[in-house]
Design a protein around this ligand. Structure first.
Ligand code: SF4
Length: 351
């Protein structure tokens, strides 16, 4: 039975009056890439043990949890991973979520390399938006940042396939690391300028515990805008909506726009409306959280929808998260290595 349509409810607000509106759902902890800032190959090697099948939420469990959350205000979903396209039959989950919850806005974040055989079906099953990760057009840097297995060409083909399937404009996420790919940002911007696709440059973040983050490797949003603007003049643009993560910049010649995500230099916790569901059913209220609340246990133990909803209501109404705003003070007190122990890993929540 479809639940009440999303728009009709007054969203639940947290302790900082931020509404619960966006849910990011990690459908697998596996990936065919080995990005250094998320799943470094030296840790996630051939012998690494990922979650067992019975540990991960089934489609029916995901669908039920989303349906439980809609009356609390959830109106946008983002499917992530690991690499979500590795989850068998993913288009079916999209259809189930659309039909059961009435949510119209369902997006996906992927590395794009498995889209060739799936883009059309994802579109038919109701996927509305697509974000594809590409950190550089330079093959060597691509391999250095994302692993040896695949190629820039495979990702570019994925972007074309997504556009052909009706997902244009595609958002293209690029994690920027000083001394790694910052000298190739302009090439990436120039490649997509005038295509309608939107490249979003992301400041390198201290997510999880495994990416060796160092403030010295952060290229700030201002520096990124400076690098791009020096060759491709840009002007600041108004946000599309409250809580939009990327700061928008339009090309002065009218040929499109880019985005810059400034979690480190200009935090945006004040309008953070995002909750995250891990592959094994933990509800996480911040990208930098040191843990979540288990929903899989009560769900499998027979909790009713109301009981599950009350668990989430208690979590969100007591939410004070604003790590990015507190980062500077925490780093000053604890140093760059402090505080990270026990943090939820990027591949468990998909960003
Ligand atoms: S640091 Fe946490 S609270 Fe701040 S914007 Fe990111 S996810 Fe939201």
């Amino acid at each position: 039975m479809p639940v009440e349509s999303p728009a009709s409810t007054e969203p639940l607000r947290d302790a900082l009056a931020r509404p619960l509106r966006d849910l990011r759902i990690s459908v697998t902890d596996r990936c065919n890439f080995r990005c250094t800032y998320c799943m470094p190959a030296e840790i996630f090697g051939e012998r690494y043990t990922f979650l067992a099948r019975d540990e991960i939420l089934t489609f029916e469990e995901i669908e039920r949890l989303v349906a439980v959350l809609v009356p609390l205000g959830i109106e946008k979903l983002r499917i992530t991973g690991g690499e979500p396209l590795l989850r068998h039959n993913l288009p079916q989950l999209i259809r189930q979520l659309r039909d059961r919850t009435g949510i119209q806005d369902v997006a996906l974040t992927t590395n794009g390399t498995l889209l060739k055989r799936m883009a059309g079906q994802l579109r038919r099953e109701g996927l509305t938006r697509m974000t594809i990760s590409l950190d550089s057009l330079d093959e060597d840097i691509f391999h250095r940042m994302n692993g040896e297995k695949l190629s820039v060409a495979a990702v570019l083909e994925g972007i074309e396939t997504a556009a052909a399937a009706g997902f244009a404009p595609v958002k293209i996420n690029c994690v920027v690391q000083k001394g790694v790919n910052d000298h190739t940002l302009v090439d990436l911007a120039r490649h997509f300028k005038g295509t309608g696709h939107i490249v979003r440059f992301i400041e390198f973040m201290d997510v999880g515990t495994r990416n060796g983050w160092d403030m010295k490797q952060v290229v700030t949003g201002e520096e990124i805008a400076g690098l791009i603007g020096a060759e491709l003049p840009i002007e600041p643009e108004e946000p599309n909506y409250f809580g939009e993560v990327a700061r928008r910049w339009r090309y002065a010649d009218g040929s499109g726009e880019i985005g810059i995500i400034t979690s480190v230099s200009q935090p945006f916790c004040g309008d953070c409306t995002r909750a995250r569901l891990t592959t094994d059913g933990q509800l996480v209220t911040c990208l930098f959280a040191t843990g979540g609340t288990d929903l899989r246990g009560p769900l499998r133990a027979g909790a009713s929808d109301d009981e599950l909803r009350e668990i989430v209501r208690a979590i969100w109404t007591n939410r004070h998260d604003r790590y990015s705003e507190e980062r500077t003070a925490i780093l000053a007190e604890e140093g760059e290595g402090g505080e990270r122990e026990g943090r939820v890993e990027m591949y468990q929540i998909g960003g």
